[in-house]
Design a protein around this ligand. Structure first.
Ligand SMILES: [Zn+2]
Ligand SMILES: [Zn+2]
Length: 69
């Protein structure tokens, strides 16, 4: 499940789960897997951006359609 986007507070270094690059943007997305650039948060299946809704399964993220497929 996707928490609402949170402000980075400069705690520990935020590294994007998707691309492994440090997140320097002020806004990022956070899931159970970790933190993501907004641009990296995409469905593993159809690669559409997952800004509003995302579903995690086996360490991958899916849009609603692919998750429930
Ligand atoms: Zn990234
Ligand atoms: Zn999809």
């Amino acid at each position: 499940m996707l928490d609402r986007q949170e402000e980075a507070h400069g705690q520990e270094e935020a590294v994007c789960v998707g691309c492994g690059v440090r997140i320097t943007e002020r806004w990022f997305s956070k899931t159970q897997e970790g933190m993501w650039h907004s641009a990296c948060l995409r469905c593993s299946e159809c690669h559409q951006p997952l800004e509003e809704k995302c579903f995690a399964k086996h360490g991958h993220l899916y849009c609603r359609e692919d998750y429930f497929r």
